[in-house]
Design a protein around this ligand. Structure first.
Ligand code: AMP
Ligand code: MG
Length: 415
């Protein structure tokens, strides 16, 4: 496909990307490996939970009807016939006039219709003294009251949290089917770059993008594969991308996609046979953004500018990864809220603009503090940001108190 002459609208670019990515395959993993993975099967409960009627309290199991006439003046006396702690099984039924000492979680003896809390009764040796009526069913956890056999517990596409893991374990599920973690090759390009563990040098900047992108990729449940730095040299760029297609499900590069003399990524990818889908997106920050398919793999060329790269990641790479790991469509894009601006905001932008902002929830409403230092080279402006406030094209001023759309920067599994 020909590259578009005109930059694409953000929504069109997102749609084009999502059309070209699909979920990765599945694998079985141990429950201990499963947190943060996306379920790829429907889980139906094989049996009731709890599996047996049991006591919700430390106390005494009895026949509730026995206690109907009980009062302070005329207590009812019951004979203790057995002690059952959690993990044991009662040996005999409870008959009228009898009671069983029972601990929380222990199986209810046959014949018992209630448990009275130990704080509400007195003991005289092996006799229980009850001074008020106990209602039938009190303090009993019924078999199946939590989960019924055959009930659907979880659906494919759910992000597995500690709660999911606990429920799976309760049903003896030690392995689950989940989506594979997509491997994301990260290719940083630029003559000016040095690695974080190299000494500073004149004119050089640290390749911080590779680290930031690797961290973002992990948040999506994918595995970053950071390739060695690539100089602005066509042949080397080609070789790096060729290597990336061998090792990864998706490729994300940084730098070299703009219109400068050393922006050699686009021609290098063209020589490798990139099926280009688009090159620029009508937005600020981050207009240059290349997307296509290389050897069948989604391939993103992000701008090198750290902030532009991160914003482009959130708007375009995140939805792709969220779809690839098997999350449902509602979790692909950043969640949007409407927020009240706390200060006047001015921009000089000629394009739809995403402003780094701090959202807070107060008195039933979202408030947005647009952060200072919106220059797209200002890496630290991302530090306090938990959202992107959106100004559509033509809007260069927002007054304090105005309601504006804001995208929350949160991992797809948390959204
Ligand atoms: P480029 O998109 O290649 O024109 O890069 C734009 C600017 O982003 C460069 O001048 C660098 O200062 C910065 N930059 C590029 N790549 C990186 C990187 N990997 N890490 C941090 N900053 C970068
Ligand atoms: Mg460059």
């Amino acid at each position: 496909m020909e590259l578009h002459e005109k930059p694409l609208a953000v929504a069109d670019a997102q749609a084009a990307i999502l059309e070209w990515v699909s979920p990765v395959g599945v694998e079985r993993v141990s429950l201990l490996e499963a947190p943060g993975r996306v379920l790829a099967e429907t889980v139906v409960s094989p049996h009731d939970l709890p599996t047996f009627d049991n006591s919700a309290m430390d106390g005494y199991a009895l026949v509730a009807a026995d206690t109907a006439p009980a009062s302070e003046a005329a207590p009812v006396r019951l004979r203790l016939i057995e002690h059952v702690t959690a993990g044991e099984v009662p040996r005999q039924p409870v008959l009228p006039g009898q009671a069983v000492r029972i601990m929380t979680g222990a199986p209810l003896p046959e014949g018992a219709s209630a448990v009275v809390m130990q704080e509400h009764v007195c003991r005289e040796g092996e006799t229980l003294v009850v001074t008020r009526p106990v209602r039938k069913g009190d303090n009993i956890r019924r078999r199946g009251e939590d989960v019924r056999a055959g009930q659907t517990l979880m659906m494919a596409g759910e992000w597995l949290t500690a709660a999911h893991i606990g429920v799976l374990a309760a049903f003896h599920r030690t392995f689950v089917t989940v989506r594979r973690r997509p491997v994301v090759a990260i290719v940083a390009t630029g003559d000016e770059l040095i690695e974080a563990d190299e000494p500073p040098a004149p004119g050089k900047v640290v390749n911080s993008n590779a680290y930031a992108l690797a961290a973002l990729v992990r948040e999506c449940g994918a595995v970053p594969l950071v390739l060695p730095l690539v100089r602005d040299d066509g042949a080397r760029i080609e070789a790096a991308f060729a290597e990336a297609t061998q090792a990864a499900d998706i490729i994300v590069s940084s730098g070299g996609v703009s219109v400068g003399d050393r922006d050699l990524v686009k021609p290098a990818l063209a020589r490798l046979g990139l099926e280009a889908r688009f090159w620029r997106v009508w937005m600020k920050p981050g207009k240059p953004l290349l997307f296509g398919r290389l050897c069948g793999r989604p391939c993103f060329g992000l701008p090198g500018n750290p902030v532009s790269g991160m914003v482009c990641y959130h708007l375009f790479v995140r939805p792709a990864l969220a779809k690839m790991v098997g999350l449902p469509e509602a979790q692909w894009r950043l969640p949007e809220v409407t927020a009240t601006l706390r200060q006047d905001v001015r921009t000089k932008a000629d394009r739809p603009t995403y402003l780094r902002a701090r959202l807070s929830y107060a008195a039933g409403d979202w408030c947005a503090d647009v952060l200072p230092g919106q220059g797209s080279g200002m890496l630290t402006s991302m530090l306090g940001a938990n959202s992107l406030v959106f100004f559509p094209e033509g809007k260069q001023y927002g007054a304090a108190g105005e309601r504006v759309p804001a995208l929350r920067l949160m991992p797809p599994g948390a959204a």
